[in-house]
Design a binder for this molecule. Structure first.
Ligand code: FAD
Length: 406
């Protein structure tokens, strides 16, 4: 058992953890910072939609953490297993105790496997797939491209998930692939959506309703997947009126329910839902002022996206540095998030919004329209920005990309 101390300890070396570490080091490279991250690899998950759609290589979404964790930051290759916010200590899976002055909690989300009976054993074979399960993202494309017709179901679960647009993006690409492969006429597509609407921001709901109608997709609202029966290829849904409904499928893309890692609720830094309990503007913990959270594991009521992290990270950094200088943490996150809604190959609605639930477009164009230019932003610009600007702690403003619109 070893005992280590850092000024700033970051739990999780994903989109949020690496971005925060890089920004902190850019502001002051004398800070003693550690990232606690068990995985050798870092994943650019936003491109998994494109991998599942057959237009991006999975390998291109992976980089070794060694190449991303900024020089001067200590990488502790281990899992956080407990946070003691009164002692300012984190205990890891291997029994290390790490002391911190300031803690940033961003370990992302996990799949709630037990929310769908049979899912864990079934996914990745027999035409059951999910872009949310990293091991089977390639299988999504295999399933869609080899589909011979029948019923194709795409699901959306109850509760908060990362990138809530992703469950329907893959459906639109599948629909086009079925048409290209000559099986669309013999295919019924169902969008089984546990919520009551196509998207949480009203301005983007209307165009999506028109798109599912245009594509002949049947939307079943209030249908929450609870069981898969692979032997009979049946999916069981709990529906709003308390009944269960069974639908036979020939392929199914599952978007499962998600939760923050268990150590958050067991460590008393979580809220009732198990998310790290922070102020939605300052990202500071509601009880422990030296703890901050951002990204998917936080209670911040925004769309869980890497795009949101791009705007949350500078707030976390500025507020920690303010506290270190005995000032008030006054920087505020306004709830910005962006969900590039891929509506087919070469078409995307760039859905940007904030806490007002109104569109906040970065480009001087009607953001509710499907555009080829926004597909190019999703396919080419955003991955580049992620690896080369965001994770390196560099500022990025959309203005510099306006040439794409010409
Ligand atoms: C299919 C799909 C499509 C998406 N599309 C988009 C999109 O178009 N646009 C967009 O902006 N976002 C999109 N996202 C969401 C985006 O990828 C996430 O919001 C983002 O990665 C969250 O960053 P994070 O740092 O909170 O978590 P992650 O990036 O998931 O990183 C969490 C890290 O914490 C580590 N960790 C886990 N448990 C522990 C522990 N106990 N101790 C220490 N470390 C731990 C993990 O190993 C991981 O490296 C998509 C995601 C998926 C899956």
């Amino acid at each position: 058992m070893s005992n280590k101390s850092f000024q700033i300890l970051i739990i999780g070396g994903g989109a949020a953890g690496v971005t925060v570490a890089s920004q902190l080091m850019k502001k002051n490279n004398n800070l003693r910072i550690a990232i606690l991250e068990p995985s050798e690899n870092h994943y650019y998950q936003p491109a998994w939609t494109l991998v599942g759609g057959g237009v991006y290589q999975f390998e291109d979404t992976v980089k070794h953490e060694d190449k991303l964790i900024p020089r001067g930051v200590t990488w502790i290759k281990d899992f956080a297993e407990n946070v003691d916010p009164n002692q300012n200590q984190v205990t890891t899976k291997t029994g290390q105790i790490i002391n911190y002055d300031y803690l940033v909690v961003c370990p992302g989300v996990q799949i709630k496997w037990d929310s769908i009976t049979g899912f864990r054993d079934t996914v990745g074979k027999n035409n059951v797939t999910s872009n949310y399960v990293k091991e089977v993202v390639d299988y999504t494309w295999e399933t869609i491209n080899n589909f011979k017709g029948g019923t194709a179901i795409f699901t959306f679960p109850a509760g908060a998930i990362k990138c809530p647009g992703a469950p329907q993006k893959i459906m639109y690409m599948a629909e086009e692939t079925f048409a290209k492969n000559g099986v669309r006429d013999k295919t019924k597509i169902i969008y089984a959506n546990a919520t009551g609407k196509m998207f949480g921001v009203p301005a983007y709901c209307k165009p999506l309703e028109e798109i599912v109608q245009r594509k002949g997709i049947e939307v079943k609202y209030g249908h929450n997947l609870i069981e898969l029966k692979p032997d009979t290829q049946e999916a069981v849904f709990a529906v709003n009126d308390g009944e269960n409904v069974t639908i036979k499928y020939d392929m199914i893309h599952v978007s499962p329910a998600m939760k923050a890692p268990d150590f958050i609720s067991s460590s008393a830094i979580g809220n009732e839902g198990g998310w790290v309990d922070v102020d939605k503007f300052t990202c500071q913990h509601n009880q422990y002022p030296n703890i901050f959270a951002l990204g998917d594991a936080s209670s911040i009521p925004t769309s869980k996206t890497a795009a949101a992290i791009r705007k949350e990270a500078p707030v976390v950094v500025n507020n920690i540095l303010a506290l270190m200088a005995q000032q008030k943490p006054i920087d505020k996150y306004a709830g910005y998030a962006c969900c590039p809604l891929v509506t087919g190959y070469g078409k995307t609605i760039m859905a940007e919004f904030d806490y007002t639930k109104e569109p906040t477009p970065s480009f001087p164009l009607d953001p509710t329209k499907e555009r080829a230019s926004m597909w190019l932003v999703k396919r080419y610009a955003l991955p580049w920005i992620y690896w080369n600007r965001m994770l390196k702690g560099e500022p990025f403003e959309a203005d510099s990309w306006r040439f794409l619109l010409k």
